[in-house]
Ligand binder design. Structure first.
Ligand SMILES: Cc1ncc(C[n+]2csc(CCOP(=O)(O)OP(=O)(O)O)c2C)c(N)n1
Length: 337
């Protein structure tokens, strides 16, 4: 990476952090409704993976998706407007926090039902195989909790049976809603679950963005060259509660403090300064810039109108394929069935 790219990566992580801190404030003021799952602490994962994702690689994730939306390239204005349920949001204000998406950026969302997007990822990859998009890998993100759900096992199994180009990535932030991994999962190293499906797997560290970038880039190239699915377990930590209003009785404050010393933004900032890629002054200027971007996003979102009631049933399903294009249906209809 050159200097500009290195600083852009830092800016991206700081924007995610500041935007979510602002979102928490707006939630408390009642400006954001529904659930709000913050990504704070996990920024190195979305920034690192997205920095090596190629445009043809599809990306899909669960509901903790604000960081992913920004890393995928959605404008912070559109992310903030979506959080406030406004018409200029990336999902036209009708998806909210858990349903950020932009298929033009090959970002297939934001999914609220735990694990439900995992079979969709297998389907996206199968679609690429059908269409001969040989170079594309589907990157599917999910939490540790979702690996105890049937969808996960069905998705992994099919991806191996059909040798689909999927990079399965468990963002192990060490807790489901309020349950530590080893209280809910029969094996506490999630990567071991891939063994049951004969799938190569690794566990890597997720607090250092450069480390994530290096390891994921290696694995993506391996999938492109050798095909087939691969599972990565990335160790990370969420600093905030599961969603807003989580009393966090399931963990000690000291544990959170310890992980905060491993702050991904702090680690990367130190690396940039030690490697003489940027000075502290330059990075301070980026911090200010990020704050201004978030101020502007808030103003933009507040000024954007609510979606019109008449659009309530739009964008729910894709337009159905006209019957004349569905050979099978035509055939059956002509048979009078
Ligand atoms: C099928 C289903 N069951 C339960 C829930 C409620 N729920 C929401 S988040 C969550 C925990 C999931 O934890 P994990 O997959 O580790 O993701 P994280 O929140 O840590 O990012 C649960 C049980 C849900 N949304 N969907």
């Amino acid at each position: 990476m050159d200097k500009k790219e290195s600083i852009d990566l830092y800016r991206e992580m700081v924007i995610i952090r500041r935007l979510e801190e602002r979102a928490a404030e707006l939630y408390q003021q009642g400006k954001i409704g529904g659930f709000l799952h913050l990504y704070i602490g996990q920024e190195a994962v979305s920034a690192g993976i997205s920095s090596v994702r190629q445009p043809q690689d599809r990306l899909i994730t669960a509901y903790r998706d604000h960081g992913w939306a920004i890393s995928a390239g959605i404008d912070p204005n559109a992310v903030m407007a979506e959080l406030l349920g406004k018409v200029d949001g990336c999902s036209k204000g009708k998806g909210g926090s858990m349903h950020m998406a932009d298929t033009e950026l090959n970002f297939w969302g934001g999914h609220a039902i735990v694990g439900a997007h995992i079979p969709l990822a297998a389907g996206l990859a199968l679609g690429d195989v059908y269409q001969g998009n040989d170079d594309a890998v589907t990157i599917c993100m999910f939490g540790d909790g979702s690996t105890n759900i049937g969808f996960f096992h069905e998705g992994l199994n099919l991806s191996k049976v059909w040798n689909l180009p999927v990079l399965w990535v468990c963002e192990n932030n060490q807790y489901g809603m309020g349950t530590a991994v080893d209280r809910a999962s029969a094996v506490s190293e999630i990567r071991q679950k891939a063994e049951g499906y004969g799938m190569p797997n690794e566990r890597i560290e997720g607090m250092d963005v450069m480390e994530v970038r290096k390891e994921v880039s290696r694995v993506l190239e391996k999938i492109r060259k050798e095909g087939g699915p691969y599972l990565l377990e990335i160790m990370t930590y969420r600093y905030r509660g599961h969603s807003m209003g989580d009393p966090e009785r399931y963990r000690d404050k000291d544990e959170v403090k310890k992980w905060e010393e491993e702050d991904p933004i702090g680690i990367y900032r130190k690396e940039l300064i030690a490697g003489k890629i940027a000075t502290a002054k330059e990075l301070d200027a980026v911090d200010e810039e990020a704050m201004k971007i978030v101020d502007d996003a808030e103003a933009f979102a507040k000024a954007s109108p609510n979606p019109d009631k008449s659009t309530l049933f739009e964008d729910i399903y894709v337009e159905p394929t006209p019957v004349e294009y569905r050979g099978y249906a035509l055939e059956r209809e002509s048979e009078g069935r």
